[in-house]
Write a protein that binds this ligand. Sequence first.
Ligand code: GLY
Ligand code: MN
Ligand code: MN
Length: 542
Amino acid sequence: MLLRYFLFVLGFTLTLNISSQTPTDYLPKEFHKSRREALRAKMPVNSVAVVFANPLRNRANDVDYVFHQDPNFYYLTGYREPNGVLVLFSDDQQAEDGTVYNEMLFVQKKDKRAEQWDGKRLGIEGAKERLGFKMVMNGEDFKNAGINFKAFDRIFVEKFNDDYRNSTNNTGEIYDLVMAFKQNADYNPNNFLSPIKKQIYELVKSTPIENSANVAQIIGRAIAYDPSLKEDTDLMKFKDASEIAIKKDLKEKITLKLNAKTNIDISFLSSNLATLREVKTPAEIKLLTKAIRISAVGQIEVMKAMKPHMSEIELQGIHEFVYKKYGAEYEGYPSIVGAGNNGCILHYIENSKTKVGNDLVLMDLGAEYRGYTADVTRTIPANGKFTKAQKAIYNIVYDAQEAGIKAYTVGESMAKPNQIAIAVVNQGLLDLGIIKSLDEKHPYFPHGTSHHIGLDVHDPGNYGNFEENMVVTMEPGIYIPEGSNCDKKWWGIGIRIEDDILVTKNGPVNLSAEAPRTVKEIEKMMAKKSVLDDFVLPNLDE
Ligand code: GLY
Ligand code: MN
Ligand code: MN
């Protein structure tokens, strides 16, 4: 009896310990519920929103990529598994048994065998308890759940990217769920017009046939922005046709498409979720701050550890080790570590140089913590000392960043920091003789400075004016690849400094400020000893 009591207590203690051994600081279910309520408040009467989870994506043979949830779906549900669907109704619905509900969540079915191989699933009961949904069903029942989509005046979905496949015979995969939705809702891509498609059809309608060569050119360019245009065979024939009679015939057909009616809307969700997601709640700011501070500490550790004999990938590994040490699950985007000329490639993710040598090393990396990602860049000299030329360019970028950050104030245009940075960079390049006049078009600063961060590294937003509790990057850069049209002494210098700025009523707060930024601070940090100085592994090549 005593033994049984003891085992019970031991078992209970173990259970408690085991459950407390997984992270507990995810966003609470109340957060996700409040986001659904905020979205519902924007929906017109008799409408329904359908949001799909991400599918698993195949890497090779029987190995999939590590799963990552669709950020909009996560924002609204907190569900971290693939193969889910959220159905959100503008108005209360009533089930046959009288239950009143205004949302449904479809989840992966509990399955002992699948869970033994691939990990635990929340299932229906777990989703009710942990995510706070009342109406939860298995994904495989979505098709026959009796939702009469056609009865709604508006159906909101995101644009389907169709980058999933039916990998097994199971039902309930995203592939099946999307097919079931398309069937139930009478989804026909030819019946709804994306904004670009609508513009093109209007253009075809309003342009006299004699001038249609221009229209054909515009259609060609528009395909890059909306590849679904290619699926419109009439439009493609119109683009390529040369005979006037054939063109006339096609023009009539295309014009009629402007009258097509559908209750499916593929822009409502992306634009309204951008409006919600661009302003962060206190709970989101807390997680973002953690992700950003982790990334800043990564930069500090690398500043101490960096030596010219190290490889780009090794430096990447040190950042990412720091992230994991803090329990960050992922990197928010592929890490960029580029020495010298590699630093001039904006999204250089190969990180394959075996020795960084005496070059500058541009390091753009961000930890993703509980879904929220940082985006921090530092550029430092591998040997610990900036050369005169490196310092001259670095200080222009630094001044541009400092000047731009001052504009992160409530009510200011979000375009302003970029304008300020361009002015500072151009003046600096002119002073050094790298460009010949202030209005010279040059390739040395080819990107903007400011994007939202959050669940996505390039978080959605409307890019109007700064509002309180937005978190936005400030990232000017100067990139002078080898062969540039300037003195050779500047070649191979690529510098970006990127910080994550919280907009508050009292002005900008630099959340990544603990990673040194000035030449002096960086050189001082790089002179410090690193614990990795003594971390020597056996040579495996001898
Ligand atoms: N790391 C991507 C960016 O800075 O936007
Ligand atoms: Mn960025
Ligand atoms: Mn970045």
